[in-house]
Write a protein that binds this ligand. Structure first.
Ligand SMILES: Nc1ncnc2c1ncn2[C@@H]1O[C@H](COP(=O)(O)OP(=O)(O)OP(=O)(O)O)[C@@H](O)[C@H]1O
Ligand SMILES: [Mg+2]
Length: 256
């Protein structure tokens, strides 16, 4: 890390003693653990324009949620904008992503228990009274379709324009909106002491259609009926049908 950036980080957290690049990296950023004399922090850095925008959105969400204990997310410490990169400083949380926990699990019983815990964690989140500060402007799905169009026209995603037209004309019947994570895959929740306890990667957290979270949550193990059952033993508030699942999983998500 260059001296100027290090200086700016130290203005926020104090003297840095050690930095480690994490084994588990995301797709869109570089994550490092930074140690000071009394604790450690997670530094998340992005370099490409699109990913810098997401990182900035993530910083805004974390900042809004600081001191709001109703939603379990890392604590926000600071955001640094450089010429070619952006850097978000948050608390380091001792755990691993659910994806990593599932691949490390020693038995199917353990995997089912992790998936059940994910279902329950998401259930509780969707059942909470939405926070005013998370509400966006206008209709959530309309807003997502506008962003999707922008990504498709600029070649920034896998989704095609004909698929987008299909999504625009075949919107699912509306349901009551809830707080949503907005990219609720097994990569973006953390397992701590054997349970899913924390959301990370929260750039898309807002008030929107909970079926989006639900569909992304189950996509990884959709072809394993026992895992799906375990999920819905924890998530009992609603169950997406196949049409809804594909609208979001092989539909809208293709544009993000
Ligand atoms: N606050 C944190 N404390 C500890 N580890 C973290 C924290 N935030 C992220 N990580 C680790 O960094 C990894 C990547 O984080 P994150 O999902 O935020 O990055 P990303 O690049 O946005 O991911 P992607 O683009 O693949 O969704 C996580 O899997 C997790 O292991
Ligand atoms: Mg992620």
């Amino acid at each position: 890390m260059n001296h100027i950036l290090q200086g700016k980080i130290e203005e926020v957290i104090g003297s840095i003693h050690k930095t480690i690049v994490l084994d588990e990296q995301g797709w869109t950023s570089e994550v490092r653990r930074i140690f000071t004399s009394d604790r450690s922090y997670l530094l998340k850095s992005s370099y490409k324009e699109k990913y810098r925008t997401w990182l900035k959105e993530e910083a805004q969400v974390l900042k809004k949620l600081n001191k709001k204990t109703v939603i379990s997310v890392p604590v926000y410490f600071g955001f640094i904008e450089e010429k070619d990169s952006d850097h978000l400083i948050m608390s380091f949380e001792d755990g691993m992503s659910l994806t990593a926990a599932l691949s490390k699990a020693a038995s199917d019983t353990e995997r089912k228990s992790l998936i059940w815990s994910f279902g329950q964690f998401l259930h509780r989140f969707h059942e909470k009274e939405p926070l005013e500060i998370l509400k966006g402007e206008g209709d959530w799905l309309e807003g997502q379709l506008v962003k999707a169009q922008h990504h498709a026209e600029n070649g920034q995603c896998d989704g095609s324009l004909p698929l987008l037209e299909h999504l625009k004309t075949n919107k699912p019947a509306p349901v009551i909106h809830t707080m949503i994570h907005g990219d609720c895959t097994t990569d973006n929740v953390m397992v701590i002491d054997g349970d899913v306890q924390l959301f990370i990667d929260v750039a898309g957290m807002t008030v929107g259609d909970p079926r989006y979270d639900e569909s992304l949550a189950i996509r990884k193990f959709m072809n394993n009926p026992e895992y799906v059952t375990a999920f819905y033993e924890g998530y009992t508030r609603y169950r997406v049908n196949m049409e809804e699942f594909h609208y979001f999983d092989e539909g809208l998500y293709e544009f993000f």
